[in-house]
Design a protein around this ligand. Structure first.
Ligand code: SAM
Length: 287
């Protein structure tokens, strides 16, 4: 069954008595080559489990099932579950779970299904919840080998931005702590039904197997990043003075100087490593 064929998609959805649900960010792929390319790119070893988020009617799921040992697909829309039972009937290595990925206990799910296999994440993510899902994945503590996602092109540009560029933001700095993001390819809006207003891109994040940075307080490092970007137009010193509780302006200024940055530097100039050093300098003031 060609699950990227528009007539097939319509027929499957009509038979199930469902229609596209905008609130779940449902834009399904209709270009066969895209799920093939994403499935090829998301892991380096066939002997792996892939966690898919939002399988829809299963166009990417089936490509994953053909390439990897096991696929666990978490879909929020219960109307799609009978469709997936039909489209995935021939793939005995696919398990579909009807759940919200934001509610799932990820370590427990991996423990239950992976049976010791390495795990990677693969998804054509719903636009409305891209950043929360990415943060949930990296903060879950699960040792994902890689996270490969199709997301809005502008968000992809942010994920791979270099410090100092206009696309660089809090999500870039925080994700940089967990792994390295690479943009793989761009996908035009015409490859989806219904057609979204924006183009997409596929990004692969390779998570560090060993932590690359070791801030004294991960929580403080994250708070510093959040505060730095909440007031982007201000200098880092002013942004942190306004948004980071518990430190005087002088303490913030001395911490910024201690990490070798000028006192009028803006937050967007700091790499993930710089933020870790800055958080350590602030930590040491209080400990
Ligand atoms: N994988 C399909 C494809 O590529 O054609 C569908 C991708 S569509 C952009 C996003 C999918 O994620 C939809 O099936 C939607 O119902 C599902 N979804 C949205 N929010 C979700 C959530 N919080 N947890 C799990 N699935 C979700």
């Amino acid at each position: 069954m060609d699950l990227c064929n528009l007539s097939v998609i319509r027929e499957l959805m009509n038979d199930a008595g469902i229609s596209f649900r905008k609130e779940f960010g449902q834009n399904f792929l209709i270009n066969r080559m895209i799920p093939e390319d994403i499935a090829d790119a998301c892991a380096d070893d066939a002997n792996m489990m892939i966690l898919e988020i939002g399988p829809g009617i299963g166009c990417l799921t089936q490509e994953l099932a053909l390439r990897y040992k096991k696929v666990v697909a978490v879909e929020i829309d219960k109307g799609l579950i009978p469709v997936l039972s039909r489209t995935m009937a021939d793939y005995d290595n696919v398990t579909v779970i009807n759940a919200d990925i934001m509610e799932v206990d990820l370590p427990a799910l991996i423990e239950e299904y992976a049976e010791g296999m390495p795990v990677a994440v693969c998804a054509n993510l719903p636009y409305y919840i891209t950043t929360p899902i990415l943060m949930r994945l990296v903060e879950s503590g699960v040792d994902f080998r890689a996270i490969t996602v199709m997301i809005q092109k502008e968000v992809a540009d942010r994920l791979v931005a270099k410090a100092g560029s206009s696309d660089y933001g809090a999500i870039t700095a925080v994700l940089g702590y967990y792994g390295e993001a690479k943009k793989l390819f761009r996908v035009s809006a015409g490859c989806f039904t219904p057609m979204p207003k924006v183009d997409s891109a596929v990004v692969r994040i390779d998570l560090y197997r060993e932590p690359k940075y070791a801030p004294k307080s991960e929580r403080l490092m994250r708070e510093v990043i959040r505060a730095a970007f909440e007031m982007r137009r201000k200098t880092l010193q002013n942004a942190l003075s306004a948004k980071l509780g518990g430190y005087t302006k002088e303490e913030i200024s001395s911490a910024i100087l201690k990490v070798g940055k000028p006192s009028d530097v803006r937050g967007e100039r700091l790499s993930t490593e710089d933020f870790c050093l800055l958080a350590d300098a602030l930590y040491e003031i209080k400990h």
